[in-house]
Design a protein around this ligand. Structure first.
Ligand SMILES: [Zn+2]
Ligand SMILES: [Zn+2]
Length: 287
């Protein structure tokens, strides 16, 4: 069974939990799309979060596609999403509903209740309330979940807690990669071990970037491919001597932006609001 498919199709309304980004106008946007949700019922079109549109026409959601409105089935599943600390919404899902171990994908969905982190600026709070008049807005998460209990489905499983070791491993591997790409070629060539490590790392990163671009379909795979391409450019930079620094610029810029964003999010009272420069389009259609 997958995270959001694999179980038997469901009938009736299923209540799930999800998160949204909030834009300046108060509209709620999914994390991987700039199309907002309507107040009241939304009907999904085939717009998988990966943006891939290479399939035959099908009912939405289809087990073979990633389309449909997503909702986590349990608080435990939802808690792995970092954005849940800012915005949570209880959504009712109906019509074609496919369930998996972590939650559901649905044809129709409606936002019943919205919890905003108390750090939310009051003007944002007011705009969200104005945009979604049929949803109740909470500043107390527990109260929202008590008044809007999530549906309990047999197919949901509690994911084990994040362990520290894999994260630490990733940090060490990342630091090793960045170090390899900083060594001058003369150093790399000096010892077979370093040279082999560099060759293997470069080939592995190149393969990873290609796979992310061509083979992967998970949400955010394009963004991951761009980051991986940046790492690849960083790794081959030593071959070009001092001009190789040009190849390191994209990743350096990315690291600075990410670090800046992270530091900003540590500021007390932080609440992320997306800029909206023009009129937003909507995610689904009205039924
Ligand atoms: Zn689809
Ligand atoms: Zn499609």
């Amino acid at each position: 069974m997958d995270q959001f498919s694999g179980a038997e199709p469901l009938v009736g309304e299923i209540v799930g939990l999800r998160t949204f980004r909030v834009d300046e106008s108060g509209l709620l946007l999914p994390l991987y799309s700039n199309l907002s949700w309507y107040d009241g019922p939304n009907t999904a079109t085939c717009a998988p979060p990966t943006g891939d549109h290479h399939r035959h026409p099908h009912v939405v959601p289809s087990p073979d596609c990633e389309c449909g409105f997503y909702a986590y089935g349990t608080e435990a599943a939802a808690s792995h999403n970092r954005h849940m600390r800012y915005v949570q919404a209880v959504v009712s899902c109906w019509g074609g509903v496919i369930a998996g171990t972590q939650g559901v994908r649905a044809e129709h969905a409606r936002i019943d209740a919205i919890w905003l982190n108390p750090n939310v600026p009051s003007w944002t709070h007011k705009r969200v309330a104005a945009r979604y008049p049929s949803a109740r807005i909470y500043l107390d998460r527990r109260a929202m979940l008590a008044e809007h209990p999530l549906s309990a489905l047999d197919c949901y499983e509690q994911r084990p807690r994040h362990r520290v070791a894999p994260r630490l491993g990733a940090v060490v591997a990342g630091a090793a990669l960045l170090t390899l790409g900083l060594l001058p070629t003369s150093w790399l060539r000096q010892t077979n071990l370093l040279w082999d490590a560099w060759l293997i790392a470069t080939a592995a990163v190149a393969a990873m970037a290609t796979w992310l671009l061509v083979g992967a379909r998970g949400p955010g795979h394009r963004a991951a491919a761009v980051v991986t391409a940046g790492v690849l450019a960083w790794l081959v930079a030593p071959l070009f001597g001092p001009p190789g620094w040009l190849l390191r610029l994209p990743l350096l810029r990315g690291i600075l932006v990410a670090a800046g964003g992270y530091l900003l999010s540590l500021r007390p009272g932080f609440f992320p609001v997306e800029h909206s420069s023009h009129e937003r389009a909507f995610c689904g259609v009205r039924p």
